[in-house]
Design a protein around this ligand. Structure first.
Ligand code: AMP
Length: 178
């Protein structure tokens, strides 16, 4: 029986803290140090897939841009389709949009209107959940499409920001807690 807790600790140790990025007062969790390590990158994907259990998944919805890095690998492993969610104006086809509150003003995310079907069981994947605003907006896109949300999946969770409480009812999987 592998020691999951010890393995998760190695992932946690592989994430670099960058103070005051992108602005003063933010402690940025830099996952590039984990990604560039062959053992840690594979381990992070393996553990995320294991944490998803045996749930049936048709599509992985990955959030720009660091969510693509894990979402693509998870979708491949699960044999699911991959759907990118992007900032406005980046996707070429007809899109649907959801907005969310920032400290000052609002921001939006877009997904192709035909990316999800009403029977699709969906995972929403990102690297980090902070306030939860982005993931919540992506859940709205999933709902607009008539798809079924199976779970949110994050490599890391900034628990002190309470993002999980802003998400709709359902499973929230996170490997690393800060
Ligand atoms: P959220 O506040 O949950 O909507 O976070 C939005 C996005 O910003 C997520 O995709 C995270 O990857 C990223 N993010 C927010 N805060 C941090 C942080 N302290 N370190 C790294 N990424 C962050």
């Amino acid at each position: 029986m592998p020691n999951f807790e010890a393995q998760i600790e190695t992932l946690k140790a592989g994430i670099r803290d960058v103070p005051d990025f992108p602005k003063p007062g933010i402690l940025f969790k830099d996952i590039t140090t984990l990604l560039q390590d062959p053992v840690l990158f594979r381990r992070s994907v393996d553990l995320l897939v294991a944490a998803c259990g045996d749930r049936a998944v048709d599509k992985v919805v990955a959030i720009e841009s660091r969510g693509f890095l894990f979402g693509g690998a998870i979708a491949y492993r699960l044999g699911a389709g991959l759907v990118p969610v992007r900032k406005p104006g980046k996707l070429p086809w007809k899109t649907i949009k959801a907005s969310y509150e920032l400290e000052y003003g609002t921001d939006s995310v877009e997904m192709h209107a035909d990316a999800l079907g009403s029977g699709d069981r969906v995972l929403i994947v990102d690297d980090v959940i902070a306030t939860g605003g982005t993931a919540r907006a992506v859940a709205e896109l999933t709902e607009q499409s008539g798809a079924t949300l199976s779970a949110f999946v994050f490599l890391a969770e900034l628990t002190f920001l309470g993002g999980r409480e802003r998400l709709p009812e359902g499973d929230v999987i996170s490997l690393i807690r800060f």
